[in-house]
Ligand binder design. Structure first.
Ligand SMILES: Cc1cc2nc3c(=O)[nH]c(=O)nc-3n(C[C@H](O)[C@H](O)[C@H](O)COP(=O)(O)OP(=O)(O)OC[C@H]3O[C@@H](n4cnc5c(N)ncnc54)[C@H](O)[C@@H]3O)c2cc1C
Length: 335
């Protein structure tokens, strides 16, 4: 295996933060991964596309870059279809592959950066669809033993930007393959964001999954900064969920508060709105700042360090807590 010492991770994280990995290796198969685990007893960090990461310091130990590829139709039924993808596959390319074959269910998740293996980690979601809606099972190699484990949906404890892999099993597995149940006649999700308006503007009354994907790509491209141009990791914070009681109290002081009632009885308040009310939207602090079009996206204007971005995040958390009594938590993995 080709181990690289003191490898810069600048081009391996979408924030573009220049920190080094003590040791770095790329694996292209489960066998390679298992061999690397036998050869190394250092702390291990699994790296995908680096699009949900804030690197604040040198990464100690070994960074394993998951480049296990392969997409396959596993089982073909009259209405549904089971497909699998290697953990190193690019997520968006996998979505486009499924759409081209006419398999629906993930079109709303178009253009989310990153790799397939990371998608279950935070149960990626966008425009009314979450990974868990189409998830069948996954295979993961246990880092301590090299053994292959299978996790079914109930084992993953999926929640809003959450799974068991961010909690109890954090840092213990490398996800090598994910299986999805897609549909040949999917229920379309058009009610979120501006999908309907986008389709209407194109005079599309009976949309296909390809139309939806195109609409989502157009909306996302107009709203979110492209990491190739401006370093970022998408939404830095999660949208907080608060109790009805706390919400009613807040509404007395902030009658304009934006909110979404949830099925679990809680109220979701958009983090972007809270951050904007505290005056952070579009504000630049040194080499970092909150994006002008999307307040909950923190950006790297060029030479930001991970610490600078982290300090800004802490300031934002403190000011939102002071004004609203709500403590924001990071969606991005801070290392
Ligand atoms: C512009 C932009 C827009 C975004 N929009 C969205 C969005 O709409 N919805 C959404 O949910 N997310 C969004 N994200 C966040 C990000 O794209 C997703 O979280 C994505 O799944 C991260 O994948 P990655 O391969 O880049 O993971 P990485 O950043 O490389 O890793 C993230 C975490 O997962 C772990 N990990 C990665 N791969 C594996 C593996 N194979 N096995 C075990 N652990 C692993 C890492 O150790 C790390 O803790 C956005 C990011 C950007 C930059």
């Amino acid at each position: 295996m080709n181990y690289e010492k003191d490898k810069s991770l600048q081009y391996f994280n979408t924030f573009g933060i220049d920190v080094k990995a003590e040791s770095f290796v790329e694996v292209q198969s489960v066998e390679e991964l298992q061999n690397v685990l036998v050869e190394n007893k250092k702390p291990i960090f699994i790296l995908g596309g680096g699009s949900n990461l804030l690197l604040t310091k040198k990464v100690k130990g070994l960074v394993i870059h998951n480049s296990i590829f392969g997409k396959k139709v596993e089982r073909d039924f009259s209405k549904s279809i089971y497909v699998s993808a290697g953990g190193g596959e690019n997520w968006h390319e996998f979505v486009l592959w499924a759409i081209k074959k006419g398999f629906g269910g993930i079109e709303n998740l178009s253009l989310i950066p990153g790799r397939v293996g990371a998608a279950p980690i935070q149960n990626i979601g966008a425009y009314g669809v979450e990974l868990k809606d189409v998830f069948h099972k996954l295979e993961a190699v246990e880092l301590a033993t090299g053994k292959i484990h299978v996790f079914r949906r109930k084992d993953c404890h999926f929640g809003y930007r959450e799974s068991i892999f961010k909690k109890k099993m954090k840092g213990q597995f490398c996800i090598t393959k994910v299986y999805f149940k897609l549909s040949k006649n999917p229920k379309l999700h058009l009610d979120y964001g501006a999908i309907k308006q986008q389709l209407e503007a194109k005079k599309i009354s009976i949309p296909t999954i390809k139309d939806i994907s195109k609409a989502v790509i157009k909306i996302r491209s107009s709203k979110l900064p492209d990491p190739a141009e401006l370093g970022n990791s998408g939404s830095f914070f999660k949208n907080p969920e608060i109790s009805k009681r706390q919400f009613k109290q807040l509404q007395k002081s902030f009658s304009q508060i934006v909110f979404y009632p949830l099925e679990n009885g809680k109220i979701k308040v958009p983090a972007g709105w809270l951050i904007e009310q505290c005056g952070w939207k579009g504000k630049r602090v040194g080499n970092t700042g909150s994006h002008a079009k999307q307040a909950l996206v923190l950006v790297n204007y060029g030479n930001a360090t991970g610490k600078e971005v982290y300090q800004l995040a802490v300031k934002i958390i403190d000011s939102v807590e002071e004004k609203f009594g709500i403590k924001l938590s990071a969606e991005v993995n801070v290392l």
